[in-house]
Design a protein around this ligand. Sequence first.
Ligand code: ATP
Length: 235
Amino acid sequence: ANGTPLLEVKDLHGHYGESHVLHGMNFEVHPGEVVTLLGRNGAGKTTTMRAIMGLLRKRAGSIRYQGTETVGLQPNKIARLGIAICPEERGIFASLSVRENLLLPPVVLPGGLTVDEVHELFPRLEERRNSQGTKLSGGEQQMLAIARILRTGAKLLLLDEPSEGLAPVIVQHIGQIIRDLKKKGFTVLLVEQNFHFASTVADRHYVVEHGRVVDMVPNDKIAENAARLEAFLGV
Ligand code: ATP
């Protein structure tokens, strides 16, 4: 990828209290790319997402978004730059209907999808608009979680293990959604442990181990690296 990165992470360190979990992460994401952070449980992928969003307070190093340094900024400021996170636990409101969940997150930037545009992208959510969050299937919850961050108008989407716990056919559907988002010009940073799924959606993969990026594999080289990556991920 050429040109200026949309997101540039340099020598990123992160702590939970006294515990040092990110040890100098380095990677970049270019406009329109889908990039994954691949790694085992506990490698620091989620913590990296939390650092980018500003939710991890004890962070040091540099995280530039469109050239703007975000280390030191509050999460609400970072959201307004155009970054949104879809957490692993999905963050939807269980007792609210699908429609209420879609109305709640503020549109923080121009270009946030309207509810009608969300329904176009996710017809299933229109069918389920009056259902409570708790009544949704795992796949529907994941769609709703992604739909909510599209409402905000963010251009960089941080998706934390969207395939987790879903049946294979639903995982394929989520993959199609991510490819559609790329076609629409969104940039996606994806955390994954499932590299087969990652290889169906991403342009490049960063391999994360013990809070560091240890390798970068372009997706067109993933087949020749498959055995090594599988061993690495312990799958
Ligand atoms: P997972 O898929 O399990 O989320 P991960 O690669 O995303 O794996 P992180 O969740 O970023 O890993 O965790 C990195 C390290 O930080 C782990 O050792 C974990 O135990 C530790 N950790 C995570 N959250 C906290 C927390 N709130 N307080 C203290 N330590 C934490």
